[in-house]
Design a protein around this ligand. Structure first.
Ligand code: ADP
Length: 538
């Protein structure tokens, strides 16, 4: 047995920081401030300089390797400083979803045993009522809207930075040490903590930027709309910094109009978020095609299925949807739906169908599907639970060594039901919990929703299982009409009738003003199921 002659270089955050500093120091980072007419601008060099100062200041506060620092912040440069400063100090960046219920925030902060919190001044009204219940040593307030007058027990971020005097101590780097953590949003139970290693984040940053993946480089200007408290904004802050893309952060201004203004003024080329955001944007640019002078953008859509109608709609305006799938447990990128070159000769309709699938696994990620009898073939028809394996996939949860989420041979069981076709494209048909079981057969709520959302009069649609005496469960559709659309149950029935077997069709359609959502913007199907549980007379 011989040994390799290669260096044993650790894949740690410092690798990203050093590369960015040397090559892309002058690249701009733009953040919208709480007043939407105001912007903060500085460079990657400035950001990294301040991240080191933050790291040193945290060390002066007594942070030890592996200690957690929670953040409750919007998408902006201050949050980015924390993204790099906390791991550079040896600490663990714990991003907290500010849209969660107060009790859940308290649970997460205390469960993670965060020693410090860094919070936006504009979020103090949210934090103040919880303060007594949060077992943290200090709450550091970032002056996002310029607040400097702070009362005990709050600590000013800038004052903290002033305590640094150029004695930053580089921690002992170990690539498997924790860099960050994030809790699942609890759509399916109590939030669970996932802890990311340095190695996982570095590899994820590299692979997710590949042309066949999210396709991000120094030629791009990137706006993550997906919050930095939601699975690290899909890793974009790390890949943008590593690869030198200009970074544009929207702050709390996430309405379609505000985003469109930002895309126009900063000439954004790549943006990323959940389908709801793009549905809202599409509605506006369809109605006022000449109002905004937009560059051609690549829009990364994930977190929930991108309906085919959305992909076609954005194409009409010269944008390109990149549909991706992932989860908190997979850091998050698992699959991406781009068209492989060998498939480019397919018909337009086939290509759209392919792009509305969740796509092929990115390099270093393995996927498979399992049915009751074992592993299923990649034939595009066999449907089973999606299992995944890779260097940025979790094998357990924080403070929970054993997990039922792992198969006996070490693959992570996602709880999603999928098919995989011969070309390796995964299609998520449902979450196990959301599948509709009618007369012993499965109906995919996602397929019905996507079809409904391709109807020109439908803004959004969720399909849920409702208990039914004869069939066990039957589908029910909850629909939000587009402004001014004249829709009836009969129209939608005919529309779906052309595409699906009769027994798949929802037995009822309910028109509503809006669909309840989870803290990460997905349909809150548990609430819908509760509301409509007696609809079929049970
Ligand atoms: P939570 O599990 O709390 O909702 P995550 O953000 O980790 O939080 O969600 C991961 C889940 O989101 C996946 O398991 C899958 O069900 C769903 N999901 C993510 N991306 C897509 C997509 N492109 N299409 C369909 N479902 C998706």
């Amino acid at each position: 047995m011989i040994e390799s002659t290669m260096m044993d270089e650790q894949l740690v955050i410092k690798k990203i920081v050093d590369h960015a500093q040397r090559l892309y120091g002058a690249v701009e980072i733009v953040s919208r401030l709480p007043d939407p007419t105001m912007y903060h601008r500085y460079t990657v060099r400035d950001m990294i300089g301040r991240a080191y100062v933050l790291a040193e200041a945290l060390q002066k506060l007594g942070i030890k390797p592996g200690d957690r620092v929670g953040t409750m912040m919007w998408n902006h440069y201050g949050h980015l400083e924390a993204y790099f400063g906390i791991p550079l100090s040896g600490g663990v960046l714990h991003t907290i979803n500010i849209r969660l219920h107060a009790d859940e925030i308290v649970y997460i902060v205390n469960h993670a045993e965060d020693r410090f919190l860094i919070v936006d001044d504009v979020l103090l009204p949210l934090i103040e009522p919880l303060r007594e219940r949060l077992k943290v040593e200090a709450i550091i307030v970032f002056p996002y809207q310029g607040s400097t007058l702070l009362q005990e027990p709050y600590v000013s971020y800038e004052r903290l930075l002033d305590t640094a005097d150029g004695h930053y101590q580089e921690p002992h780097w170990d690539e498997v040490a924790p860099l960050g953590m994030c809790y699942t949003s609890g759509t399916t139970g109590r939030p669970k903590g996932v802890v990311y290693s340095h190695r996982a984040i570095v590899l994820h940053a590299l692979v997710s930027a590949l042309p066949g993946a999210l396709d991000v480089s120094d030629r791009d200007t990137v706006t993550p709309v997906v919050p930095m408290f939601h699975v690290n904004a899909w890793g974009l802050p790390f890949s943008m910094t590593l690869l030198g893309a200009k970074q544009v952060y929207p702050g709390p201004h996430l309405s379609p109009e505000r985003l469109l203004e930002l895309y126009e003024s900063e000439r954004v080329t790549v943006t990323a978020g959940v389908p709801t955001i793009w549905l809202g944007i599409l509605q506006i640019i369809d109605r006022y095609p000449d109002r905004y002078r937009l560059p051609n953008m690549r829009m990364i859509v994930g977190g929930a299925a991108a309906p085919e109608g959305l992909i076609r709609g954005l194409d009409r305006h010269g944008h390109r949807v990149i549909h991706a799938w992932g989860m908190t447990e997979t850091a998050p990128l698992g699959t991406v739906s781009q068209i492989k070159q060998v498939l480019s000769h397919h018909s337009e309709d086939e290509l759209y169908q392919l792009r509305s699938k969740q796509g092929y696994p990115v390099p270093l990620i393995d996927v498979r599907i399992r049915g009751p009898e074992g592993i299923l073939p990649w034939d595009g028809k066999s449907m089973g639970e999606l299992e995944i394996r890779g260097p940025w996939v979790t094998k357990s949860y924080f403070k929970q060594d054993e997990t039922e989420a792992l198969s006996t041979d070490g693959w992570f069981r996602t709880g999603d039901v999928a098919t995989i076709d011969a070309e390796g494209y995964v299609k998520i048909t449902d979450r196990i919990k959301d599948l509709i079981k009618s007369g012993g057969e499965w109906i995919s709520s996602v397929d019905l929703e996507n079809a409904l959302m391709s109807h020109p009069g439908v803004l959004e649609a969720a399909v849920i299982a409702v208990p039914h005496e004869k069939w066990g469960e039957r589908p029910l559709a909850v629909v939000v009409k587009k402004d001014g659309a004249a829709l009836t149950e009969a129209t939608l029935k005919d529309f779906l009738g052309e595409r699906f077997a009769k027994w798949w069709l929802p037995d009822a359609y309910v028109f509503v003003e809006s669909i309840p959502r989870t803290a990460s913007g997905k349909f809150l199907k548990t609430a819908l199921r509760e509301t409509y549980k007696n609809w079929y007379g049970q």
